[in-house]
Design a protein around this ligand. Sequence first.
Ligand SMILES: CC(C)(COP(=O)(O)OP(=O)(O)OC[C@H]1O[C@@H](n2cnc3c(N)ncnc32)[C@H](O)[C@@H]1OP(=O)(O)O)[C@@H](O)C(=O)NCCC(=O)NCCS
Length: 259
Amino acid sequence: MKIVPLIADGKENLWNDCSDHSAFFGEVGAPLPPVEHLEHIRQRGGEKLAAFDRDQIVGWTGVIPSPDSDDAELAGIEVHRDYRRQGIATTLLSSAITWASTRGSRRLNFQTSPLFTANTMLYMRGFNASYSWNGNNWADPERTVPWPTVDCSIEFADTAYRSSIMQGSDLRSQSVLTWTRFEPEIRRHIGLSGPTFEVMHFPELDLPRVFTELREGNTGLCSTTARVFADLAANHYQFRAFESVGNGFYAYVFQRAET
Ligand SMILES: CC(C)(COP(=O)(O)OP(=O)(O)OC[C@H]1O[C@@H](n2cnc3c(N)ncnc32)[C@H](O)[C@@H]1OP(=O)(O)O)[C@@H](O)C(=O)NCCC(=O)NCCS
């Protein structure tokens, strides 16, 4: 596998002339179609790093440095669905960090959904990303279903995940949620006099699964989880860790900030 900086190497045609981007540009939730997305990055002095398996694009990430701070924006990352779990996103994200740090950036900022468990494994566990709740997005144009979103930051000086003080499958029994298939229910409410740590566990989720659930009327997947994330934030609980708890489940651990 080879990583190519498409803009610096003058190889934008390898992206733009691609007849079908859907296998590696279908789940990223980018605000622009693929060709316009590359142009958007180019105009802002950024780079699109593409991973190739021979002449096939198997993944990419975008990175845009900020003109007036030492932040950079991660402008999307996606790996071809047939090439996942081979370390390609890890290599792309490491390359984006190297690219941005040689241009004076110290951190990558971006947004994602905390529902996407593979993403959190990559960002939080792979690169020690910090998550903070951003409750301002919607799953539908009518703005009836909230879309759980977090602001993420990866500090280049601190990318080593430190294991949680709470680990293991007992996290599941401490979760504020229970799940029936992909439908969550709130087991108990969050309060200011609650414990130091709170736990929210999730089945494995990605964008196609969440959209399928929404289409089938399971809006609680977004609205119930958004409500719990918002309650946790309102009660000063911060994202602290993300653990695999077995049987295809994952758990966020939150710690209440000293006030
Ligand atoms: C998230 C995504 C980019 C990860 O790509 P990838 O190349 O499969 O990731 P890697 O192989 O580098 O995985 C790195 C680590 O992340 C975790 N991870 C990745 N996919 C996972 C999955 N499906 N389930 C659990 N953990 C996963 C693992 O810890 C993995 O390390 P391991 O394989 O050694 O255990 C890919 O799933 C994807 O393209 N998703 C759709 C697009 C998207 O959501 N983009 C981000 C928008 S914010």
